[in-house]
Design a protein around this ligand. Structure first.
Ligand code: SF4
Length: 275
């Protein structure tokens, strides 16, 4: 689990021990962890209008000033668990705008982190594909940053596409992909290259877990995305397989350990398990 998500969970647990707490949005895209937090009395809402507690926590994904102010205006106390590396991305975009660049964020348009990066801006574009780049309007200066969990190869590719499409424009790129994401993606490539089957553990709604699945699928023909060890199917494995095991940034160690144990328990599983 990356430090941003881990710290946010610790903050939620600490706060919930002292007073009733509602978390706005998904603190972590993992049903096991969410279940544990709910068992401690923490509420989860997507809309500040539904909040019944006086303290509201913003998740590691961060939020725009506009959203934070809207929550405060409801008389709620805001506890920010925004990851410092998300703050870095927010500041990078603000700096690009201040320097006169039209901001382009490489990421998912409807993702909570991207909304937090863009909601305070007067104008912006969000791109994730070649088509999105083709839709961009000509501008003299583009300032490009990325959602922190985007694969760096895709980000570099899209930056070069923007440069190629607008050769007259000045394109400034600020690399805001976070270090835990880069390390995880890099390790996943190395793992997938060595394995005949790769298991990726993480929530079905976790963006970075899905990105890991896509990255592994480029190098390994047989990749399975699971949430817990119960999702493992023995028929996926053969004795000659080398099995790779990796996980998204929001997957707790205990869940990964349980998957590893179940894998090792399958009689048909190969002797080779790379974790
Ligand atoms: S994935 Fe990166 S930016 Fe997001 S919470 Fe983890 S460390 Fe922070």
């Amino acid at each position: 689990m990356c430090f941003g998500v881990r710290d946010a969970i610790a903050l939620a647990q600490q706060e919930a021990a002292a007073r009733p707490l509602t978390v706005l949005g998904d603190l972590v895209h993992n049903s096991t962890v969410l279940g544990e937090l709910k068992a401690r009395g923490i509420e989860f809402k997507n809309d500040a209008r539904e909040v019944a507690t006086t303290t509201v926590m913003i998740t590691a994904h961060g939020a725009s000033e506009r959203k934070l102010n809207a929550v405060r205006e409801r008389g709620l106390r805001v506890l920010e668990a925004t990851c410092p590396l998300v703050h870095v991305a927010h500041r990078a975009v603000a700096r690009l705008v201040a320097d006169g660049f039209h901001p382009v964020v490489i990421g998912k348009l409807d993702h909570v982190e991207v909304r937090g990066m863009t909601e305070d801006l007067a104008a912006f574009d969000v791109v994730l594909s070649d088509d999105d780049v083709q839709q961009l309007r000509e501008r003299p200066r583009f300032g490009v940053a990325a959602q922190t969990t985007q694969p760096i190869e895709r980000v570099r590719y899209l930056v070069s596409m923007i440069r190629g499409r607008f050769p007259q424009a000045e394109v400034r790129f600020v690399d805001t992909v976070c270090q835990p994401t880069k390390q995880r993606q890099h390790a996943a490539v190395e793992l997938a290259q060595q394995c005949s089957v790769v298991i990726v553990v993480g929530g079905s709604h976790s963006n970075n877990t899905r990105e890991l699945v896509q990255t592994c699928a480029k190098y390994c023909a047989c990749v399975h995305h699971i949430e817990t060890g119960a999702d493992l199917q023995p028929e996926w494995f053969h004795p000659e397989d080398t099995i790779g095991l990796t996980a998204g940034t929001s997957t707790p160690d205990a869940v990964i350990d349980a998957v590893e144990q179940r894998l090792r328990g399958f009689k048909r599983v190969a002797h080779h398990l790379a974790v």
